[in-house]
Design a protein around this ligand. Structure first.
Ligand code: BTN
Length: 242
């Protein structure tokens, strides 16, 4: 693993993606900045971070002979790696909000943006972008955001956190083939935020319904049972809930 630190850049994911088009990037390269100016989130959202207070980094990970259908497995493995890392740090009540938001005490403390390099039906490499709120004491206009400091009352050393978390993510990805797929899915579902809780959901068409999350498919869809008993599968863009 090598860690490259850049001062102020737009987005670590975008930077690594552009670099990968120009040169052959060493496997397990980590790119970090303490001032990310145009952070990107899932679904074209923006990722805001306060310079020097949080972690914003991306890991370049190559794969060999990995079927393109494994994209959500990578997402589960990375989410679980972050979740267990935070548990080990002593952060209470850490959960994963589908597909890969990291929650602590019911609020979001981290986000993951995975962008994959595909060739034919194989996945060549992933750029795994992690944004983790660490030492923030307040958030403006983000009522659903939290930080590790707010959840633990402890200030963390960002450089130490970066090297340990990057290593945990890379180790888990390197061991991915040794862990049965159903064990990964079971663990992911065990840690799923709002699993089995009756909630109001909103669809991308703007309709509301009462239902409960029952699990996920290996391919990444969220399974929700509606009040009338129908089980519906949703992709990332198709359903909203808090
Ligand atoms: C989300 O919650 O929507 C995902 C947020 C991912 C943010 C990280 S910060 C480092 C990397 N670079 C980016 O531009 N985005 C990811």
């Amino acid at each position: 693993m090598q860690i490259i630190k850049l001062n102020a850049i737009a987005s670590t994911n975008t930077y690594l993606k552009q670099l990968a088009k120009q040169i052959s990037i060493e496997d397990e390269t980590v790119l970090v900045t303490d001032h990310q100016k145009k952070g990107r989130g899932q679904l074209q959202n923006k990722w805001h971070s306060q310079p020097g207070k949080s972690l914003t980094f991306s890991v370049y990970k190559r794969f060999e002979d990995l079927f393109v259908g494994s994209q959500f497995v990578i997402s589960m493995v990375v989410s679980l790696a972050v979740k267990h890392f935070l548990n080990d740090l002593g952060v209470p009540a850490v959960q994963i909000k589908w597909p890969n938001d990291i929650m602590a005490g019911g609020k979001k403390c981290g986000g993951i943006l995975i962008e994959n390099e595909l060739r034919g039906d194989t996945l060549q490499a992933s750029i795994i972008g992690i944004g983790l709120n660490v030492n923030e004491k307040t958030f403006q206009n983000l009522p659903n955001a939290t930080s590790l400091y707010l959840e633990t009352n402890v200030m963390f050393d960002l450089a130490l956190l970066l090297s340990k978390l990057s290593k945990a993510i890379i180790d888990n990805l390197n061991n991915m083939n040794k862990v049965p797929l159903d064990a990964v899915k079971i663990k992911y579902e065990e840690d799923l935020y709002l699993l089995g809780v009756s909630k109001v959901f909103k669809t991308s068409q703007g309709t509301f319904f009462q239902g409960k999350i029952t699990g996920i498919l290996y391919t990444g869809e969220l399974c929700v049972v509606r009040e009338d008993g129908d089980v519906i599968l949703y992709n990332n863009k198709e359903i909203i809930y808090n």
